[in-house]
Write a protein that binds this ligand. Structure first.
Ligand code: TNX
Length: 540
């Protein structure tokens, strides 16, 4: 089979092949191999979507495609289970064991005037391929829907292609979170990192500790304007919200149906003020505390000298883990000042008893205890790169945010790594000239820079590079109070990120990407998504 050849390194790519229909050359992220053909496949009233019999997943994917076609044409193709080969004149979604060579998410797509065949080794691959078909559809309603002829063979470069969302600093309801997951799916992303707890709000119901949400889920107001050393002004409006466990399950199922893994983050030991507001006995001083209205890093964190802290966090994780079928739990670990631990007799006693030489080693002890617990339940942890300090827990993965150095160090220690450097993947930073942009978190991250994001450090050996699982962008929401603003910060940068993480590095081509983005902007319009025009207009 010329499969290897299809995916071979030498093939021509779309960028060099002009096609009649711009949609055919405007796939984002750029597929591994794409050849524009002649003519197009016309969708008519008679068009059917054939799926392998008795395959519920393919049927669901077929129904999704049918809905899409209905939205553009008004005609809703019927989804029918039929044996192979009956696909002439129609669209077929099918599993082919031979395509396992493309990995868990690879697929092939053949659009010819006579028929469309989307095939993969498993349903997940078919779902990724569905996103390519979606991009071939017209972005505006028309009675004459057709797909440009094209041959695609495709698979992702990285296995972790993630987007994070901070729902603590500002809260976003279930409906928006689902929409966000849809946006990820459309970009062939596969991981949603849900930042559920922080100083300004605890957002997940824990039945054993109701005050986490009844107290920790609400704050007395929010800072107005930028966090500076000027006197602070607050709006004094009670603000908050949280997800019930039932809602969490609903979101997780929604993500699962889109082959997206949800990684929950429960912050420890730092960024814990909202939790401490409900349970001040878990701090070193005993409190009292109020849910934070300011942004930043706070001295009061979970007390490492207090056995109750560990019992509490294990209880919390015992409720959290069964809600998320994914294997990985994010335990935070970032920005934990050691001020309180330093002046806490119980923490000092613990350090002495355990032979720990400083508070960094105490944090390492903390994380290792939590890791043991999580591992005992068949799951593993990931944490921000601070968890390297004082010694990495034996099975922990590292999320490298303070540049890529932490990730590089972790990979050398044979630990899995997700790269999410502030320099290339912080979507809370400005994407255009700050004078012309809505208030953001400082930093300047234009679209062109996201496009150059390279998760694999050159200085690693080939063996070490295998520990780089992929990359992710983070949307911290201190200055992002609305859903529209989340979309504005996400788009168009999510599209550049998707290509950096999915497409082979050798196909990265900024002018060609910009050209394809013209069609992508039309897609944003069709989705009803808000996006930054400024990213397109200012210096890149
Ligand atoms: C640092 S990134 C933080 C967050 C802030 C973010 C703002 C990280 C692990 N911690 O708490 O929201 O900067 O860019």
């Amino acid at each position: 089979l010329p499969l290897a050849a299809l995916l071979g390194l030498s093939g021509a790519v779309s960028a060099q092949q002009p096609a009649a229909n711009p949609a055919a050359t405007s796939i984002i992220p750029q597929p591994v191999r794409l050849t524009a053909g002649r003519g197009s496949f016309a969708v008519t009233k008679a068009t059917k979507i054939f799926v392998d019999p008795k395959n519920e997943e393919l049927r669901r994917i077929g129904e999704a495609l049918s809905q899409d076609i209905k939205r553009t044409s008004g005609v809703q193709p019927q989804v029918v289970a039929t044996p192979a080969k009956a696909s002439a004149g129609s669209i077929r979604l099918t599993l082919r064991p031979a395509l396992d060579t493309l990995g868990a998410e690879g697929y092939t797509l053949s659009v010819q005037p006579a028929q469309v065949v989307l095939a993969a080794g498993n349903a997940q691959g078919v779902f990724r391929g569905l996103q390519t078909i979606r991009q071939l559809l017209p972005t505006q309603r028309t009675t004459a829907v057709s797909l440009p002829a094209v041959e695609v063979a495709d698979k992702p470069r990285y296995q972790w292609r993630g987007m994070h969302l901070d729902v603590s600093r500002h809260f976003f309801g279930v409906e928006f979170v689902k929409k966000y997951i849809d946006y990820l799916a459309l970009h062939k992303m596969n991981t949603f990192h849900w930042h559920l707890t922080d100083d300004q709000g605890w957002r997940i119901e824990i039945k054993k500790y109701p005050k986490l949400t009844s107290v920790g889920g609400w704050r007395d107001g929010t800072l107005i304007g930028h966090y500076t050393d000027q006197p602070h002004q607050f709006d004094n409006i009670r603000y908050g919200g949280f997800y019930t466990q039932e809602q969490i399950r609903e979101v997780v199922k929604y993500a699962q149906e889109r082959y997206i893994t949800v990684v929950p983050e429960i912050e420890m030991p730092g960024h814990a003020v909202a939790a401490l507001a409900g349970y001040p006995e878990l701090s070193c001083t005993g409190g009292p505390f109020k849910v934070e209205r300011l942004w930043g890093v706070f001295d009061d964190i979970f007390c490492a000298g207090n056995e109750q802290t560990f019992t509490f966090l294990q209880d919390v994780l015992t409720e959290v883990m069964p809600l998320f079928p994914g294997k990985i739990v994010h335990i935070g670990g970032d920005e934990a000042p050691k001020t309180r631990w330093h002046s806490c007799p119980k923490c000092q006693a613990r350090m002495k008893a355990e032979g720990l030489k400083d508070e960094h080693e105490l944090q390492s002890y903390f994380v290792q205890r939590m890791e043991k617990f999580v591992n005992s339940k068949g799951k593993s942890i990931i944490g921000w790169d601070e968890i390297l300090e004082g010694g990495l827990a034996p099975n922990a993965a590292v999320m490298s945010w303070r540049g890529q150095e932490g990730g590089t160090t972790a990979a050398r220690q044979q630990h899995n790594v997700v790269m999410t450097p502030g320099s290339h993947s912080y979507f809370d930073h400005y994407q255009g000239l700050p004078e012309l942009e809505p208030l953001a978190f400082g930093g300047y991250l234009p679209l062109s820079k996201v496009y150059t994001f390279e998760p694999t450090p050159k200085e690693l050996t080939a063996a070490e590079q295998r520990y780089i699982l992929g990359g992710q962008a983070n949307i911290w929401t201190e200055y992002i109070p609305t859903e529209q603003q989340v979309e504005y910060m996400a788009f168009p940068r999510m599209s550049a990120l998707a290509e950096a993480l999915w497409s082979p590095a050798r196909l990265r081509n900024w002018p060609d990407f910009q050209q394809r983005m013209r069609q992508q902007y039309r897609r944003y319009e069709a989705w009803g998504a808000n996006y930054a025009r400024s990213a397109f207009n200012v210096r890149q």
